[in-house]
Design a protein around this ligand. Structure first.
Ligand SMILES: [Fe+2]
Length: 361
């Protein structure tokens, strides 16, 4: 097999300008003779390297490196690392802040807002929030993780609806705090695998009131934020709680958090079932929740999610492989696909109704 080799890009760079995607072609030695990094070291996480070498002096300021051409995977890896780092640092700080709210301690509006800004910024990158959430899913920790997912997904929906920055911040805070009242519910109920009894169900439903009780006295939070918390389990057909509001009587923030809540619950692992893929989640939302959610918001949301899967390679239940070509305006879960042999199938057609998408390849 002939291996194609490109010309290597080898050059001398200032140590201060080391970057991800470079391989050291010589040892990095400080002026006391200690080898800090060995020849051949590949830099993935430049910030880690810089913080590691920043307290050292060097006899020369430059070093010989090979600069690798970055692949799409490298970029993706970088994005995930960037996101994870920012996400986990701010998440830890935020959990402390959220705990203060749980105990109704004093918190500063500015600090809270700054943290929300930081966490939302850490999610900005080449990958979108949804892909990132999929990637870091394995490191979940129940209530807090769900709250953070809820915040990020609600923020995305708000952005797609066209909210301004200030409103997006309020919506994010409302979503973040909407489930914190669950800490007052017995762990036995929260973690129960079997179906809840009637009493347990009633107990669980109280979390919206507990959450509201925790936030209601903070004067820097406006009513929209607090209503989002209290009413995020209201449903358009009146089957929700705590008030059984119908349709547009449900405040806007609560309608958005409701969509984000159902979606994130579907894509998270639960003790009693595996997580659904985003396409399966769309199918469930379209088939089971159309009467329960704000349909306009719902379609803005699921269309955006679906858009990301145009061109995705899929496997069908009969073993054939295909590619997604187009999502219809409604019945998004039945896209037009192109088989490997070139045939194009519209899954909405009656004759194709037995065909299911079972996996991504
Ligand atoms: Fe909830």
């Amino acid at each position: 097999m002939v291996e194609k080799k490109k010309n290597k890009d080898i050059r001398v760079v200032p140590i201060k300008e080391l970057d991800s995607g470079m391989i050291l072609m010589e040892d990095l030695i400080d002026n006391s003779g200690v080898v800090l990094l060995k020849k051949g070291f590949k830099i993935y996480d430049i910030e880690k390297v810089l913080s590691f070498i920043k307290n050292h002096e060097f006899e020369t300021d430059s070093i010989l490196v090979e600069i690798l051409e970055k692949t799409a995977e490298d970029y993706q890896e970088e994005d995930i690392n960037k996101f994870k780092k920012g996400f986990y640092t701010v998440k830890k700080e935020m959990i402390d802040e959220v705990k203060k709210i749980m105990f109704k301690e004093e918190i500063k509006k500015e600090e809270m807002e700054e943290m929300i800004d930081e966490i939302l910024q850490s999610a900005e990158g080449r990958l979108n929030v949804f892909q990132l959430l999929q990637k870091i899913r394995e490191e979940n920790d129940a209530i807090y993780s769900h709250s953070f997912d809820l915040m990020l997904v609600s923020h995305s929906i708000g952005k797609w609806i066209g909210f301004n920055k200030e409103t997006l911040k309020e919506l994010s805070l409302s979503a973040l705090l909407s489930d914190i009242g669950k800490v007052k519910i017995s762990r036995k109920i929260i973690e129960k695998i079997d179906k809840l009894t009637k009493e347990e169900e009633l107990e669980l439903k109280k979390h919206v009131v507990h959450s509201f009780d925790m936030v209601k006295n903070y004067t820097f939070m406006n009513d929209r934020i607090k209503e989002g918390v209290l009413f995020h389990h209201e449903r358009f057909d009146g089957t929700g709680y705590p008030r059984g509001f119908v349709g547009t009587k449900i405040p806007v923030f609560a309608r958005i958090i409701a969509i984000a809540d159902i979606y994130t619950a579907l894509i998270e692992d639960r003790p009693y079932r595996n997580r659904k893929s985003p396409l399966e989640a769309i199918k469930i939302l379209e088939l089971d929740y159309k009467e329960k959610l704000d349909i306009e918001f719902l379609y803005i949301f699921i269309r955006k999610i679906a858009d990301r899967y145009v061109g995705a390679k899929i496997k069908l239940n009969d073993g054939r492989k295909a590619q997604i070509v187009f999502f219809p305006r409604f019945h998004i879960y039945r896209p037009v696909i192109k088989l490997d042999n070139g045939d194009v199938l519209d899954l909405l057609n009656e004759e194709n109704k037995s065909i299911e998408i079972v996996d991504f390849i």
